[in-house]
Design a protein around this ligand. Structure first.
Ligand code: CP
Ligand code: NVA
Length: 315
C-alpha cells in the first residue's frame, strides 16, 4: 500500500501489469500531453513529487526522457547510479526500496536480473517502473506501439516482424502482441529464442483475452518480413553480454535489416529500433536513415509516453 493513500500502489514491471484498456488510456494521455507540450502549455500534475531513477546499466534515452518528463510535469527526478549508492556496496535491494519509499513518490529502475525489480517492487511502498531489465523493456514497447499508431493507426490485426535476438525488447513485443492483438513474426537464430516462459504466458493471455494476437517463431528474416507493416530489430549484444560479442556477431550475421530485406515487407512498412543502433550490424545506415525509418520519432515519444505513465502512477 502507498503510505499516503488507501488504494494499493501499482507498478509497471512488464506489460502484463497493464490491461488493454489501460494501455489505450496511456496512449490517449500521451497524445494529449504531447500536443500540450508542442503548444507551450504547462501541465503540472506532479508538482512537488519526486522520482528516484536507479541505474545499474548505462542509458541515454531512458534517463533523459524520464528526467525531462518529471520536470515538465512539475516534479523532480533524481539520477542515482547504483555504483554511487550503498546498493553498489551491498545494501540489500529490499532495504533500499523501503528507504527510498520514505523520500520519493516513485522509483524507476534499470537493472540486470528481473528478480531485482520484483524485489524492489515488493518492498517499495511507492510505484516501481521498469526502465529495462534483462527480461523486459515495457516503456520502450509502449512507445513503439504509440509511434506506430501515430503513423499508421491501430496496430490490432497488423503484422510486426522482429529480426534478431530473443531478448528483453523482444519479450516485451511478445507480451504486447497478447495485449494489443497484432501478429508478431520473429526471425531468430538457433539458440537465441525468447524464453519459453514468456511465450507461454503470452499465449495464455491470448487465450484468456480471446485476443486476435499471435506469435510465430521462424529462422529466416525474409520469411518473417513478408507483408509486414512494421520491421523492427535491436542490438545483437545487449548490455551485460559484452563477453559474448564475437560469438553473437557470428550467430547473427544473416540477421541484418538492410534495404533488400525491407523491400520484402509492405511498401508502406515502417522501420523501428529502440536505439542505440549498431550501424552495419543489426541494421544498415541506409535503412536507419531511410524513408521508412521512424526511429527519431520513436526516441522522442519515450518522453510523451513516459509522462503519461508517470502521471498515471504518481499523480
Ligand atoms: N532505448 C533505450 O532504452 O535507450 P537507452 O539505453 O539510451 O536508455
Ligand atoms: N536489448 C538492449 C536494449 C537497449 C535499450 C539491451 O538490453 O542492451
Amino acid at each position: 500500500m502507498n503510505s499516503l493513500s488507501s488504494t494499493p500502489k501499482r507498478d509497471l514491471l512488464s506489460l502484463l501489469d497493464l490491461s488493454t484498456a489501460e494501455i489505450l488510456h496511456l496512449f490517449a494521455r500521451a497524445s494529449i500531453l504531447k500536443t500540450a507540450l508542442k503548444a507551450g502549455e504547462t501541465v503540472h500534475p506532479l508538482k512537488g513529487r519526486t522520482l528516484a531513477m536507479v541505474f545499474e546499466k548505462p542509458s541515454t534515452r531512458t534517463r533523459v526522457s524520464f528526467e525531462t518528463g518529471m520536470y515538465q510535469l512539475g516534479g523532480h527526478a533524481l539520477f542515482l547510479s547504483s555504483k554511487e549508492m550503498q546498493l553498489g556496496r551491498g545494501e540489500e535491494i529490499s532495504d533500499s526500496a523501503r528507504v527510498l519509499s520514505r523520500y520519493v513518490n516513485g522509483i524507476m529502475v534499470r537493472t540486470f536480473a528481473h528478480e531485482n525489480l520484483l524485489t524492489m517492487a515488493r518492498y517499495a511502498t511507492v510505484p516501481v517502473i521498469n526502465g529495462l531489465s534483462d527480461d523486459f523493456h515495457p516503456c520502450q514497447i509502449l512507445t513503439d506501439i504509440f509511434t506506430f499508431q501515430e503513423h499508421r493507426g491501430p496496430i490490432a490485426g497488423r503484422k510486426v516482424a522482429w529480426i534478431g535476438d530473443g531478448n528483453n525488447v523482444a519479450h516485451s513485443w511478445i507480451l504486447a502482441a497478447a495485449r494489443l492483438g497484432f501478429h508478431l513474426v520473429m526471425a531468430i537464430p538457433n539458440g537465441y529464442e525468447p524464453k519459453a516462459s514468456v511465450l507461454e504466458k503470452a499465449n495464455q493471455e491470448i487465450a484468456k483475452q480471446a485476443s486476435q494476437g499471435s506469435i510465430t517463431l521462424l529462422r529466416q528474416p525474409s520469411d518473417a518480413v513478408a507483408d509486414a507493416d512494421l520491421v523492427t530489430t535491436d542490438a545483437w549484444t545487449s548490455m551485460g553480454q559484452e563477453q559474448e560479442q564475437k560469438k553473437r556477431q557470428k550467430a547473427f550475421a544473416d540477421y541484418c535489416v538492410d534495404s533488400k530485406l525491407m523491400r520484402k515487407a509492405k511498401a508502406e512498412a515502417l522501420f523501428m529500433h529502440c536505439l542505440p543502433a549498431h550501424r552495419g550490424e543489426e541494421v544498415t545506415s541506409e535503412v536507419l536513415d531511410g524513408p521508412q525509418s521512424v526511429v527519431w520519432d520513436e526516441a522522442e515519444n519515450r518522453l510523451h509516453v513516459q509522462k503519461a505513465i508517470l502521471e498515471w502512477l504518481l499523480a
